[in-house]
Design a protein around this ligand. Structure first.
Ligand SMILES: C[S@@+](CC[C@H](N)C(=O)[O-])C[C@H]1O[C@@H](n2cnc3c(N)ncnc32)[C@H](O)[C@@H]1O
Length: 228
């Protein structure tokens, strides 16, 4: 077994991820600032409307909160969740600093988070480990209304012809994810739930932005939204 495989076993590792982001929390905003345009693009694909409820899964230090809270407005709601206490502390400070009142923050693994029923949209921005956790994806999609919009973005292995960039993907992944599983098609779990995704790629095909809607008549968890 290679060292990379040892460090990145198939399933995401909660403790390893918390350890990773504990030390990154204080510098995370600086590290991610160059990718603001990709964040804005991912959020735009949600097509948020005033009054809607949007979930920010793996919200980190809350770098998406400004755009999200502005898009849903004072009558809307942003529910942001992350499992790393130090990242959530940063997000909480950001919310307090700006006096945003339409945001609730929680520290929990996504699959155990208390989420509102029937949310209008969900953002997975640079949250590969969450997308590779079936219980987390099921849990989120089960809390969305039929037709809800979903956006996911993050690192991916560059396809054939662009492989020269995959060293950079590997390097970035070593500092941000605990599994390399699924990096070829990171959005796959969403597609498997019937979400038809439109896909954009950036930075030599190493970063993707995927957006789509839950089926209008059937929810993310088979049968759930078919009731009644
Ligand atoms: C690369 S950061 C992205 C943060 C934020 N979405 C952003 O765009 O800046 C990944 C975040 O996902 C969180 N995370 C990873 N796995 C998680 C899980 N299973 N449940 C909740 N948060 C998780 C980490 O703690 C980390 O803050």
């Amino acid at each position: 077994m290679s060292r990379a495989t040892e460090r990145h076993p198939a399933a995401p590792d909660t403790a390893a991820s918390q350890g990773l982001y504990r030390w990154r929390a204080g510098i995370y905003d600086l590290q991610l600032a160059p990718y603001d345009a990709i964040r804005a693009e991912a959020i735009a694909t949600l097509q948020l409307q005033p009054g809607q409820t949007v979930l920010d899964l793996g919200c980190g230090t809350g770098m998406s909160l400004d755009l999200l809270q502005a898009a849903v407005g004072p009558q809307g709601r942003v529910v942001a969740v992350d499992q790393c206490p130090e990242m959530v502390d940063e997000a909480r400070r950001r919310v307090q600093r700006h006096g945003w009142r339409n945001i609730s923050l929680a520290c929990a693994p996504i699959d155990q988070a208390v989420l509102p029923e029937g949310a209008d949209a969900a953002l997975f921005h640079f949250t590969h480990d969450i997308l590779q956790t079936p219980a987390a994806v099921d849990h989120v999609l089960a809390h969305l209304r039929p037709g809800a919009r979903v956006a996911a973005s993050g690192l991916q292995w560059a396809p054939a012809g662009w492989g020269v960039f995959n060293g950079l993907v590997w390097l970035a992944a070593m500092h941000s994810v605990t599994t390399l599983q699924g990096l070829g098609q990171p959005w796959r779990a969403l597609a498997d739930h019937g979400i038809e995704l439109s896909l954009q790629t950036h930075l030599g095909n190493t970063v993707y932005v995927a957006g789509g809607c839950l089926p209008a008549s059937a929810g993310g968890r088979p049968g759930r939204h078919n009731r009644g």
